[in-house]
Every structure is written in C-alpha cells, then in structure tokens.
Ligand binder design. Structure first.
Ligand code: NAD
Ligand code: WQD
Length: 344
C-alpha cells in the first residue's frame, strides 16, 4: 500500500516507517517538525534503503494536506500530535488545536481526496485510573487531563466518521508505555531536553546527563511501592501498525490495546537498566506525581486475535536498545547533526 505517515519524523512514526518499507509498503512522511527531526527521516532512508519522500507541513493546513493526498494514497497513519501531559495542563488550547483541530482537518482532507483508511495513535491515557487491571478495550474511558481528553475526542471523531461513512475504515491503537529503540541505535526517542517519561530519564541518568532519578511515589499499593506500567518495545508497536493496515482491508472501526500484558515497577525498570548498561542509576523516592496512578497494564488479547500480533521484546531488550541509542546519541538527533557537520 502507499501510506501517508503524518508525524513520521517522530519517535513511533519513524520506527513504523522502517517496518512498513521492510514489508513492501511505500511511505511518504508528512510532519511539521515541531518535535520530530529531519535526521530521523535520513535514518529511515538509510535503514530502509528507500528514497522516502518527506513533506514539511502541518496537519492543520488543509490545502497542503490535500495537495499531498491528491497524489494518491491507500491509507493514512496518524501519529501527529503533542503528547506531554504536564504541558497540556498549561496549554490546553494548544493541545486541542493541534490534536483535535488537526485531526478534523486531516479527516476532511482524506474525505476530499477519497482516502478511506486510517490507522490512529491513541493512548492508554484514555483509561485514566482504571478500576481493574489488566485493562480491556471495554473499560470505562476517563480522560483526566487535556492531553488524554484530546485523544478521547480524536477517537470519537474517527468513530463518528466510520459510522457515517461505511466505506471509511479505521484502526485505533491504544499504546501503553512505548520504550526502546531501533536495534541499530540509529533511531530512538529524542526527548528534546529533559525527559518527562521514565525510560528516557533513566537512560540519561545512566549516561550521567542527569544526577539521579526522582521516583514519583514509594507508597503505592504495588509489590515494591512504586508505579507499575506496561512497557512495550517501539519495534513491536511498529510491527502492529503494519498488521493494522491489513485489518483495514476488511473495513469497520477497530479499537485495540497495544501492550505486553505484563507490568513492571519503576524499581524493576531501574534494576533492568543497570543490568544491561553496567551503569548505576542513582535514585531518590519523592512525592507522587499529580495525576499518576498505581498500576496500568493491558489486556492485549483483542489485538492478538485481530492482528495475529503479540509483543516479542521483553524489558531487558527494551533497556538494551534504549541504552544503545542513548550511547550513540547522547543528545538525541542533535548529536547526529553535530557529528554530520563535523564530517563536512
Ligand atoms: P513524537 O513527538 O516523537 O512524534 C509526533 C510527531 O508528530 C513529531 O514528529 C511532530 O513533529 C509531529 N507533529 C505534531 N503535531 C503536528 C502537526 N500539527 N502537524 C504535523 N506534524 C505534527 O511522539 P511519539 O512518541 O512518536 O507519539 C506518536 C503518537 O503516539 C502521538 O499521537 C502520541 O499521542 C501517541 N502516543 C505516544 C505515546 C508515547 O509515550 N510516546 C504513548 C501513547 C500514545
Ligand atoms: C511511568 C512510571 C511514573 C518519570 C504517560 C501517558 C501514556 C504515554 C506514556 C502518551 C510512572 C514513574 C516517571 C520519572 C518516575 N504517553 N516515573 N520518575 O505516566 O505511565 O504514561 O506517558 O500517550 O499514555 O499516560 O509514563 O514514563 O511518565 O511514567 O518515577 O522521572 O514511571 O510515576 O509510575 P506514564 P511515564
């Protein structure tokens, strides 16, 4: 299939582009580079050996989107969003404009150009504080901050379009906690500064870029008192996206959890990271982070059934690949640019 990957210069989108090309698809990347990097696009080209077209553009720019989509596509993958919860609480309108208004414009442009298939990046954040774990797709949805609220509204928009237009099909993928990097070490998560998520923060502590990890809460009702999450390797996510394209051939609107079905505590992540990196990760237990919950992990059985997919990589592999990326790119993609400039 020919696929427009909106947000393809970002963390999950870039890994998915490589997986799609490896499986015989053609991709065009559309990204405004507000968080993604042109170096990620170069590395996609390098790893896949394909001459991938890149269009710098915003999903809120309907004219630009339609001009690209009019060249003919079988499907769109929609990764383009702002995703930092704390930032969304400070700038709710920015999040609704970028994420929700952007999705409306994308859906309009798809309709205008006759592109009928969509794979959408949603988040376990739509479940909020779950009543039970593992979480199934039928669990109550409770958006607790502007970011997760924007994801929920985006899901609802897509479902409404599916209901209104039987020819339109979509797969909504709710990721749990993405982690890890491409095994080459050439692509990974670039937090663009001080990370807010656990795994990139732990990586920076191991690399000596941060002094110590602040563990948010040591008094949760979990096995060691720290928060438990379902970490999933970005390469497993990428593979699930490629499989989701096949599901779209059958029509309808599908909502699927993408997780491993297993949770790890913060201290278990620290211990696994120390083991693979051989570096110490000093930490200090501090107050709980507002809005955090004790335990979140997925029931991934619906995705297994619908996609014939199951996560293949364990926590040790996620830490090992994250560490390789961190070691090769201590300052994210900026490191690559500096090295490239030195070579000119
Ligand atoms: P990312 O920030 O690395 O990638 C997002 C990409 O979208 C970036 O390249 C950015 O430049 C681009 N983008 C943002 N707004 C845009 C706009 N208006 N027009 C064009 N491009 C735009 O984030 P990621 O971790 O790769 O996340 C991808 C998607 O997955 C997001 O929708 C996010 O909400 C969702 N998600 C991420 C996580 C996570 O922890 N990483 C978890 C669950 C869901
Ligand atoms: C994981 C655990 C923290 C940082 C969010 C969204 C989710 C997805 C990923 C977008 C928690 C603890 C963290 C630190 C810590 N994003 N922690 N010290 O909050 O589970 O998930 O980001 O959709 O949908 O909800 O991820 O990586 O921030 O935290 O102790 O410096 O690590 O308290 O228990 P979270 P996280």
């Amino acid at each position: 299939m020919k696929v427009l990957v909106c947000g393809g210069a970002g963390y999950i989108g870039s890994h998915t582009c490589v997986a799609l090309i490896e499986q015989g698809h053609e991709v065009v990347i559309y990204d405004n580079l507000c968080h993604g990097s042109i170096s990620a696009v170069d590395h996609i080209r390098q790893l896949s050996g394909a001459s991938v077209r890149f269009v710098e553009g915003d999903i809120r720019d309907r004219e630009s989107l339609e001009a690209v989509l009019a060249t003919g596509f079988d499907a769109v993958m929609h990764f383009a969003a702002l995703k930092i919860m704390s930032e969304s609480c400070r700038f709710p309108l920015l999040y609704f404009d970028n994420n929700v208004a952007g999705t409306i414009t994308l859906l309009q442009a798809m309709q205008a150009t006759g592109v009928q298939r969509l794979v959408f990046s949603s988040s376990a954040a739509v479940y909020g504080d779950p009543d039970v774990v593992p979480i199934s797709e039928d669990a109550p949805l409770r958006a607790c901050n502007p970011y997760s609220h924007s994801k929920l509204v985006m899901e609802q928009l897509i479902e409404e379009v599916c209901d209104a237009r039987p020819s339109f099909s979509a797969t909504i993928l709710r990721y749990f906690n993405p982690a890890g990097a491409h095994p080459s070490g050439l692509m990974g998560e670039d937090p663009c500064g001080v990370p807010t998520n656990l795994m990139p923060y732990v990586s920076q502590v191991a690399a000596g870029l941060q002094e110590r990890l602040h563990v948010f809460g040591g008094d949760y009702p979990t096995r060691d008192g720290t928060g438990v999450r379902d970490y999933i390797h970005v390469m497993d996510l990428a593979d699930a996206h490629a499989k989701a394209l096949q599901l779209l051939r059958h029509g309808g609107c599908h909502v699927l959890n993408l997780g491993t079905g297993r949770g790890y505590s913060v201290l278990e992540v620290v211990s696994a990271f120390e083991h693979v990196s051989g570096c110490r990760v000093p930490y200090e237990i501090v107050d709980r982070r507002p809005g955090d919950v004790a335990e979140v992990w997925a029931d991934p059985s619906r995705a297994e059934k619908a996609l014939g997919w199951r996560a293949q990589h364990d926590l040790v592999r996620m830490c090992a690949d994250a560490w390789r990326w961190q070691s090769m790119h201590p300052h994210g993609y900026q490191s690559a640019q500096v090295i490239e400039l030195r070579q000119v």
